[in-house]
Design a protein around this ligand. Structure first.
Ligand SMILES: [Zn+2]
Length: 433
């Protein structure tokens, strides 16, 4: 008995309970498996997971005898999805003005309340099958970084967060109309850049706070200020020296052109990109994150915003223009990364709202597997993370989901029917039985 006690004691010292549990093997039987790098569906694969990592992918016969696998034979197994453009620490009503809401939130919503609300939104992504998000600012002073760390340490549940910290922007940021004597409030939400030297310092401050990506506003519309090419160059050079990618919010074509000239890695929105700009993006393999919404979403939005029936004629025109731009980008070979940018409260969970991007890309003519590749492999690759997320391969994080249905012929109902969710080797949902 004494010997057994000593043995257990030694075991407990060398193999703490957490460690033993983490190293447990899990096997998944996938009827179909999405190979996100080669953009095709494979049949009858076994995924071996140990702890938080994927160990091996093999054929059905490779399943060790007497091992109970998670049976996803009747489903399609995919890497956890990625939304490349989120703002989990920000939410506004459809009828609210962005600048007024921002000032209200910055002066009347405590950081504590803001992060608690943000954590609920973040969690809704995970339970929708979006296991990673790139959270691109409007998150106070590094509240995104704090939320990321809280999720990583297991304090709260949520997706993997790649956090940008405060957006780097010219005077005033995107919060227009603020009087000179109150401009300091804007410093709580944006890192205002005052020249190329300051731009370098801003990146260093962000590096010091452990951000994962640098987000800039190349223009601040409807605020008329914008970053100069020299300022963006200083940002890009410093960020790249620290192995950080730079992604640029661009509404105008000119600001996108400036950002590309300065060497950014990606363009967010790009609503007004000229053909010549798209050509330059394709040549330099600069990715585009198209953040438009489906017609269905727009109809919900305008109703909540209080538009009258005769005031919504612009929706079709806007959607046509956006579809044209997206298809031109695809034809020219611009890498497309999927991102929702949904921060308006349309009375569903944020994660659910985010899924509208699939509907939009599909309506715009993208093929189902191409949409999936944009929200997995291509999204990960442009963060230099394709060996960690967005791709089911050995050594990657075990972020795995399964959907029920036919992805190729019935895309939207299928991608919305997520029956299994695993992040970091932990199962969050299993309705496969
Ligand atoms: Zn955004």
């Amino acid at each position: 008995m004494k010997q057994l006690f000593i043995f257990l004691l030694v075991l407990a010292i060398y193999f703490p309970a957490g460690l033993i549990a983490q190293e447990e093997s899990i096997y998944i039987k996938a009827g179909k498996l999405y190979d996100s790098k080669n953009n095709k569906l494979l049949k009858n694969k076994i995924i071996h997971i140990k702890g938080s990592k994927i160990i091996e992918i093999g054929e059905f016969e490779s399943l060790p005898k007497n091992i109970q696998a998670i049976d996803l034979t009747g489903y399609t197994v995919l890497p956890g999805l990625i939304d490349a453009h989120t703002h989990v620490l920000f939410s506004q009503e459809a009828n609210e003005d962005f600048a007024e809401h921002s000032i209200h939130s910055l002066t009347m919503e405590s950081d504590a309340l803001r992060i608690l609300r943000g954590s609920k939104r973040a969690k809704s992504y995970l339970y929708q099958g979006i296991t990673s998000i790139k959270d691109l600012g409007n998150s106070g002073l590094y509240l995104d970084v704090a939320l990321r760390d809280a999720i990583n340490e297991g304090t709260v549940e949520g997706p993997r967060i790649f956090a940008s910290g405060p957006i780097l922007a010219a005077k005033g940021g995107q919060i227009y109309g603020v009087l000179p004597e109150h401009q300091n409030i804007i410093n709580l939400e944006y890192r205002i850049i005052t020249g190329p030297e300051d731009a370098k310092n801003a990146v260093r401050e962000h590096v010091n706070q452990n951000v994962d990506i640098i987000k800039i506003c190349a223009d601040n519309l409807p605020n008329k200020t914008y970053l100069t090419i020299d300022e963006i160059k200083a940002i890009v050079k410093t960020a790249h020296a620290y192995q950080l990618k730079v992604t640029a919010h661009c509404v105008t074509n000119q600001s996108a052109w400036n950002a590309i000239e300065a060497g950014v890695d990606g363009i967010e929105h790009g609503f007004n990109l000229a053909d010549s700009t798209l050509t330059k993006m394709a040549e330099n393999q600069i990715y585009l994150v198209p953040t438009e919404n489906s017609k269905e979403y727009m109809n919900t939005y305008v109703k909540l915003a209080g538009y009258k029936e005769n005031e919504i004629g612009w929706i079709d025109k806007y959607l046509n223009k956006m579809r044209n731009r997206l298809n031109k980008a695809i034809d020219k070979g611009v890498p497309i990364v999927a991102g929702s940018d949904n921060y308006t409260d349309i009375k569903v969970s944020r994660g659910e709202s985010s899924f509208d991007m699939f509907q939009y890309y599909f309506d715009a003519g993208m093929k189902p597997l191409d949409i999936l590749q944009s929200s997995t492999y291509i999204s990960a690759k442009h963060l230099n993370k394709e060996n960690e997320i967005g791709y089911i391969i050995p050594q990657a994080n075990a972020d795995i989901i399964a959907v029920k249905g036919d992805l190729i012929n019935d895309f939207i109902p299928t991608i919305e029917n997520v029956v299994f969710i695993m992040k970091n080797g932990k199962v969050y949902k299993n309705k496969s039985d």
